[in-house]
Design a protein around this ligand. Structure first.
Ligand SMILES: Cc1cc2nc3c(=O)[nH]c(=O)nc-3n(C[C@H](O)[C@H](O)[C@H](O)COP(=O)(O)OP(=O)(O)OC[C@H]3O[C@@H](n4cnc5c(N)ncnc54)[C@H](O)[C@@H]3O)c2cc1C
Length: 492
């Protein structure tokens, strides 16, 4: 039996390990932390469950497929619950907009906020459906290993004006600024600036529309744990708390994985789900290829980081939906500050996560779990002392949530803590504390992103946010499909 190793149990690593094991490859999944999930880690504090990262689950079919590969049912391991509305958007001028795939409700919202844009919205929908078909259905699970694959995709990219930004394309169709923001903010969910990320990413609109927005009962971490259970049931070996220190090589092949604890094993193929810079710079430091790639990656743009305030409150808020975006007074200016200028602005936009409105199991009875997330520049752009700034920003973020939604927030806080860019670096090895690996620019997508199979080390592979198609749960689960196909061919 052929043996493979997957380093890192984020969603990409878990999905790849399931695919390999389902295909009869003896697979070992090696994870540095004490739990699976990667960015979807979770903490238990004072009876509250706090999910560290992803909260919006889309394209459930891509997840179901991981179970159907071995004729199993996702429902045996994970309880997926629909979330409605998808998001409530709230602006400083008092306008709110509930965004969902309930066509009638959505049109009522457009009619209320931007009645003149109804026809433009229909045209945008057609555009989003087209890029979804080309960019996600056809190419989302296909590896781009050579430039010719990029050339093949060029006609579609040209037809959909991929060089334009999502915001520019949305603005072509709709004129109201609220609606422009409502239809373009999604790229932030994969670490992209709506002002510069390719219009191809408008496909997220269609992805959500067709597949819905979901929640895993107990938290997103339960989805990761369900995947780990499936992998182990299939006979896969999961090693937790084992940080890989080195991937050994011989000629143009990787041969062996060695962890910090001294555990060593030889494999026929190895894939890394770790941060792309950490993978090449640290894990392959003994090979010239690792050093060359680390040098190359230094020239690339990494996505911003995130500052997340987790808090548990006394009381329940049935009126605050599961996902709320509290836009700040500026949109483009704020994005420029985060993505370009690398400053910590006085104003911010907040994504507020309120899981207990869908699933009260995440807090003790009569209490609520929240997180407030603010995108911030990564540590390369903004080298500040987060130990000093963190507590100040935490206070300001909570004050803004209090001002806009929960006036007596200070009196209700039972527990709170924050997660800042250095935590991403320390816990996940995320270069510069990036939240989403490489920024999803057109010039860093597909062939120009990390390749699912390394160009030189012929049995070494990548999976996860740093490789095609990119960040987000559907993205990294898609990358696992592309990588598994290559690995299974290579292991024949
Ligand atoms: C706060 C936040 C909110 C988000 N919200 C959403 C959302 O709502 N919806 C959505 O779709 N996406 C969201 N995302 C993006 C999404 O979470 C990520 O793109 C995705 O989970 C990344 O998966 P990955 O497979 O790349 O691996 P990661 O999650 O990055 O995991 C990599 C794993 O590799 C392990 N590892 C690294 N180095 C080593 C080593 N040397 N040895 C052993 N193990 C190692 C790490 O410990 C980690 O477990 C969010 C991200 C963040 C940070």
């Amino acid at each position: 039996m052929k043996k493979a190793c997957v380093i890192g149990a984020g969603f990409g690593g878990l999905a790849l390990a399931i695919r390999l094991q389902s295909a009869g490859i003896e697979t070992t999944l090696v994870e540095a932390r004490d739990k699976v999930g990667g960015r979807a880690y979770a903490w238990e504090r004072d009876g509250f469950t706090f999910d560290a990262g992803p909260t919006v689950i889309t394209d459930p079919d891509a997840l179901r497929e991981l179970w159907t590969l071995s004729s199993q049912d996702i429902a045996d391991d994970v309880d997926l619950m629909p979330v409605m509305p998808f998001y409530r958007l709230n602006w400083t001028d008092g306008v709110t907009f509930d965004y969902s795939n309930d066509e009638l409700a959505l049109r009522r919202e457009i009619d209320r906020v931007a009645p003149k844009d109804m026809a433009g919205y229909d045209e945008f929908l057609r555009y989003a459906a087209g890029v979804y078909q080309e960019g996600y259905v056809k190419l989302g699970h296909e590896a781009f290993l050579d430039f010719s694959s990029m050339i093949k995709a060029a006609p579609a990219l040209a037809r959909y004006q991929a060089w334009r930004s999502v915001y520019s394309m949305v603005s072509h169709y709709v004129k109201d600024e609220h609606l422009r923001q409502a239809l373009s903010f999604h790229t932030l969910l994969v670490g992209g600036n709506p002002m510069t990320t390719s219009a191809i990413y408008a496909l997220i609109h269609k992805l959500e529309k067709d597949g819905g927005v979901w929640w895993a009962r107990g938290g997103t971490n339960k989805l990761a744990q369900g995947m780990a259970r499936l992998f182990q049931r299939l006979g896969g070996e999961l090693r937790l708390g084992e940080k890989v220190a080195q991937i050994h090589t011989l000629g143009d092949q990787v041969t062996e994985v060695e962890t910090e604890s001294g555990w060593k094993q030889r494999f026929d193929a190895i894939a890394s789900n770790g941060d792309i810079m950490h993978t090449y710079r640290d894990l392959l430091s003994g090979n010239q290829r690792g050093r060359d790639m680390a040098h190359k990656l230094k020239q690339k743009r990494f996505s911003p980081s995130l500052f997340v305030v987790h808090f548990g409150l006394e009381g329940t808020w049935p009126g605050i939906p599961h996902h709320t975006i509290l836009f700040g007074p500026r949109y483009k200016g704020l994005l420029d500050d985060i993505f370009e200028h690398g400053v910590l602005p006085r104003d911010f936009s907040i994504y507020l996560h309120h899981p207990t409105v869908t699933d009260p199991s995440l807090a003790p009875a009569g209490k609520s779990t929240f997180y407030a997330l603010v995108p911030v520049a990564n540590m390369g752009k903004l080298p500040i002392d987060w130990a000093e700034v963190g507590p100040i920003l935490e206070k300001r973020v909570l004050a803004e949530v209090g001002r806009r939604l929960i006036p007596d927030i200070d009196d209700r806080i039972v527990t709170k803590f924050h997660y800042a860019p250095p935590d991403f670096e320390a816990d996940l090895g995320a270069y510069r504390g990036n939240g989403f690996s490489l920024e999803p620019l057109l010039t860093q997508s597909a062939y120009f992103r990390g390749h699912n199979r390394d160009d030189k080390l012929r049995n070494f592979y990548l999976v996860g946010a740093g490789t095609h198609p990119g960040a987000g749960i559907p993205g990294v689960v898609g990358s696992a499909k592309a990588t598994a196909k290559l690995m299974l061919e290579g292991l024949k």
